[in-house]
Design a protein around this ligand. Structure first.
Ligand SMILES: C[S@@+](CC[C@H](N)C(=O)[O-])C[C@H]1O[C@@H](n2cnc3c(N)ncnc32)[C@H](O)[C@@H]1O
Length: 271
């Protein structure tokens, strides 16, 4: 990271994508400059806040389920800022000493701020990694010494598949399959282009992301299930997020305004 980037981390006069996202999530790690940009984007795309929240609720809920299933180690890709409902905030008090968490993100500034947020907890790391090259972590000291390779692990690809091509999804999940211990899981969510196809608002979203040089890729759920093989879909299956989260009807309806229906799905795949 350059000196310029380091200055930027603590610079509350310039907006930062991670802090903007944190604002949508209702977090407290953002500045007026972030909120101003967030509000502008929201005017163009009024659904962004619900989208950010539902993805993060999925993440928090998946962590709760994984803990109940006996997972004690987490390797999370494309983490964003570890604020509202993120992994270390979901760990029950009595388990904090037995859980190991590796957060990662492609954005060096997010990583830097993320490290500020987690402080010096020896059981939580936050490293820079482009999830298109998971081997950067898998071959590192973190994978070999911090994580236990001989134990199942819960791996996160939440809220990132739409940034990835089919080939990249396939490469990432195969690489993780070869590395992960038996019974490991990947928790992920994505939108299903099959259910979005007839929604005119979707084109505006694709155009917006294209304009900020972060193109989106549309996948169908059916195709994703093939792309991630040999990982197998785990019970209760890949569900629309309203069902996965058992959302109250009023929230589900508010969410439904964006797409005119349920388009986001998520769940676990297992080795
Ligand atoms: C929508 S946020 C998701 C945050 C979090 N995973 C969640 O579920 O709430 C997307 C994050 O993905 C990161 N990202 C985008 N492309 C990435 C890539 N190729 N590798 C790693 N992180 C990436 C962005 O920097 C951003 O922090």
């Amino acid at each position: 990271m350059s000196n310029e980037d380091i200055r930027y981390v603590t610079d509350s006069t310039r907006p930062n994508a991670g802090r903007i996202y944190d604002y949508w999530l209702g977090g407290d790690y953002n500045f007026p400059v972030d909120r101003e940009v967030a509000n502008k984007i929201e005017k163009e795309m009024p659904f962004v806040k619900s989208l950010a929240r539902i993805i993060r609720w999925f993440l928090g809920n998946s962590i709760d389920r994984a803990i109940k299933m006996g997972f004690t180690q987490f390797l999370d890709f494309a983490s964003g800022l570890p604020t509202v409902d993120h992994i270390h905030r979901r760990i029950p008090e009595g388990m904090k000493k037995e859980i190991k968490i590796v957060y990662s993100d492609i954005d060096p500034i997010t990583v830097r701020i993320g490290n500020e947020i987690i402080g010096n907890n020896p059981l939580v790391k936050f490293v820079e990694c482009d999830c298109r090259k998971p081997e950067v972590i898998l071959k590192s000291d973190i994978a070999n010494n911090f994580l236990n390779k001989n134990q199942k692990i819960a791996i996160g690809l939440s809220g990132v598949l739409y940034y990835l091509t089919d080939e990249q999804i396939s490469y990432i999940t195969k690489t993780l399959y070869e590395w992960a211990f038996d019974k490991s899981i990947i928790y992920f969510c994505d939108f299903d282009i099959e259910t979005l196809k007839n929604d005119p608002s979707i084109q505006a979203v694709f155009d917006y992301y294209e304009s900020i040089n972060q193109p989106l890729y549309a996948h169908s759920k059916k195709n994703v299930i093939k792309l991630v093989e040999p990982w197998r879909v785990k019970e209760p299956g890949l569900q629309i997020l309203e069902d996965w989260l058992n959302l109250p009807l009023d929230i589900a309806q508010q969410w439904g305004k964006f797409t005119g229906g349920s388009t986001y799905y998520g769940g676990f795949i297992e080795k």
